[in-house]
Each structure stands twice: as C-alpha cells, then as structure tokens.
Write a protein that binds this ligand. Sequence first.
Ligand SMILES: [Zn+2]
Length: 495
Amino acid sequence: MRTKHRTTLVLILLITAMLWGCSPNETHTAAPSLTPTDISTSTATTAPTASPTPTPTPLPLNGQQTQYFIEANIDYYNRFITASSRSIYTNKTNSPINEMVFIIYPTIFQNAIYIKSVEYGDGSDITNYRWESHRMVIPLEEPLAPGDQIEFVHDFELYMPNREGVFGQTGRQLNLAYWFPFIPPRTDDGWMAYEISIINSQIVGEHLVFESTDFDVTIRFADRRENFKIAAGTLPEEIDDVIHYQMPLSRTFTLSISDIYTLTEREANGIKIQSFAFPEEASAGEAAADLAAKAITLYSDLYGSPERNLVSIVEADFLHGMEFDGLVLLSRGFYMFYNGTPETNLTMITPHEVSHQWFFSLVGNNQAMEPWLDESLATYSEALFYEEYHPELVDWWWANRVDGHSPAGYVDNTIYLDGGYEAYRNSVYLNGAHFVQDLRETMGDEAFFSLLKDYVKTNRYTIVSSSDFWSLANDHTQADLTPIITEYFSHATTP
Ligand SMILES: [Zn+2]
C-alpha cells in the first residue's frame, strides 16, 4: 500500500525536480542500469590479488557493522530538532574506498535540514564535500583500506516540514524516519544508492537500501516530557527525562511522537507490542495490537524468531503503510474504516507490515532493484494470516486484495518500471503473491515452509539477492522451478 497523498507528492515532485535539475546526467524517467550507482571515483585500484568469490559473501557483521551514536533535542511544539550524529564505519569490502557517501533524506524537503558542521572523528573540519541529489559525498584525503575504520560527526538541525509522511509533522504527530545522515551499503561494485522513482507524479516503491547497523540514540525534549508518548523500534531506558535507546543490528531507527496517542500493549512469543493510535480511533488501535500479536505468533512459528524485543504499531497521519525496523506506520484510513470484522484493510495490512520484520528488517534486500524479495513475501504473508485465523476468508482475500486489481507483469520489476505505481503493485506485490502460491504448490508445503525458515535463518542481517533466493530454493526441492521462473520473471536467475 503505497498510495501517497497528493499534496505531499506535488511538494516532493517540485523539490526533487529541483534536485534533479542540479544533476543533468540523471533523469527520473530513465531506468538505471542493474548495477548499483557507483558514486566513488573508482580508480584502477581493483584488488590485485584474490579475485572475488563467485557468490557475494554476506555483507557486514563480524562486529564490523556501522555504528551510529545520535543525540537529539526535540522541541515538539516549535517543530525544531537539534542533533548530532557520530558514525563509525568500517570498510567491509575488498577494495579501498575513495569517497564516502551519506544519504541525507531530509534534504529532499525544502529547508528541512541545516547541516551545521561535518567533522572527522578527530574534530577536524570537513569542507570539501559535495552534493549529488540527496547524498553528501565526502572525498577522502587517503583511501580507506579494506578493514580500516573511519569516523564522522554531523551536527545538524531539523525544521520539521508540515506534511503528512514518514518524515514530517502534522498538528498531531511527529514522524522521524530517515532523519539523520546514514551510510548506504557498499559492495565491491560501489554504493547501493539510488534515486527516488517518481512516475506520473507518484512515488513508486522505496529506493533506499539499508545495512544492519548499531544504534545508540539519546533524546531529550525541550518541552515538558510528560506530554509525549514515543513510538520506537525498541524500548528505552529513561533517567531524569533523558531517553536512551540501544538498537543493535537494525536497518532503521525511526520514532513517532505525539501528545495525544493512546497506547495499547500486548505480548506475543516474548515480544512486546505497543500500539499507538489517535483518541478517535482508540478501539481500532486495540484491534491493531491484537492483529499484530496474532501475526507475530504465526510468523515466529513459520519464519523463526524476529530477534526483536518490541514491535510498535502506529496509526499514521497519512494514507499508506510503511515498515521500519521494530516499527510500522499504518494509514489512519485503515483505523477510521475499521468495522470490527476481518474483511478490512486493517486486518490485511497489519500482518503485511508486521511480516516485514522478517522480510526487510531481518533479511534485507535491494528495495529499488529487487523489491519482490520483500514485497511478494510480505503480501503472501497476508494470505497465510487469513489461512491461519480466518480460513473461510482466504478466497475473499485473493479476490479483493489480489485478483480484483488484475495482477500482471514481471515479479522482478524494479521501482523504475514504465507503468508506474499501479503496474508496480500489480506485478511485484500482486502477481508476486501468485508466484509465491505457485512456488508453494510446486514445492509442496513441507519443502516450501522449510525454505522460508532456512531463508530467514541463513540470510539474517545480510542483503540478499535473487540468486541467493533461487539457490536456496533449489536446495530445498527436487522439483523443476524453471516453469515458474519463466512465467513470472524477466531475468532467468536459475543458479
Ligand atoms: Zn510491504
């Protein structure tokens, strides 16, 4: 569900059009090549020894994940935040890095961020950076060798735009997604950094790719702390109004804050659920908590532990749903039209977004170029939810959620496909659900569910590719998967 509010779109379109105007070699209509954007000025320093292994080794970890130490002071009623973010980055690739890249998402919105200073860890100023779209590119004085570490400090101010969205503030909610400078994943081919896809004035999919990283975040309020409820992806420690979060191995650190939230708490499989809603929809907020608890119970059984202590479900003051690590935002429309029956968007989309805790948070993927890896599985997870809890409505789910929208198109479309948002949804999400159903029928239930469990376990905290998926699928079945790939995929990715 990615239907963006129209006014938001116009704003973003105007602003991004300005950004694109600054980089004439990029247009929003041309689909990028299948290789990641390599922003670094790759010199001829390809590794002289040991050629890369044939299959990409899992990204980061071994304690080398990027670490962010962030301090923020939030002036809610003045919509103003001062913050400092220290990033510690280790080169986990086999080649030296000549330029560092930070994605600074708030620059997409006019005057939403002011970068006060950028420094190296030793306090020396960095002034030679340049902008490429919404990315800050920092040429390094000397290349960062494989295994070496580097540290940056960004001091910045956020002037929260008055808008409905994942980054913005309305009269009743402050949403802080992608709010600090962050480093995209890097492979030996370059940075995994992409442009937003806007086709026919609509944003298509998500263009950001995230590594699993460690977050240490401290926030304080300029106003009276007791006024606010804070939704986050993990539970804080709070001493004297200083609120401290530690969230290891997470792809995002997102907050949603309001002075009017109602809060419903549940627990499922040892995982706490906090459901935040606006007072008018408090009972739908309770229903969302129950739905999330059921979803977590089912998916923990099917996919394994999500390795989280909290999932926050938040009624969003905008009209789509969006997943983050440990937190999901769900359209207020789902709450306003919730009628207490399972034949509703709230019942369909809450499990969808919760399932992204496995297919996005735990197992990452390239959301711009291979969005099917999380979205087809998240959409099919809805079907599994109905199969478990409302088996009499499985046919209803297929008819209303999928087949009523004429699913068609290649499941492995990118967010830059020609047809825009509807073609994207109809292929990646909806035809994606049919693909997963066909895969299940071809493999048989036992092999199919053992594949999914193994897929999550094997690939947690990494960024998977299509070939990782197919190679593991073939390990779990003797069945010939070629007909499915031929029917649903544009690229033959049989290993
Ligand atoms: Zn999704």
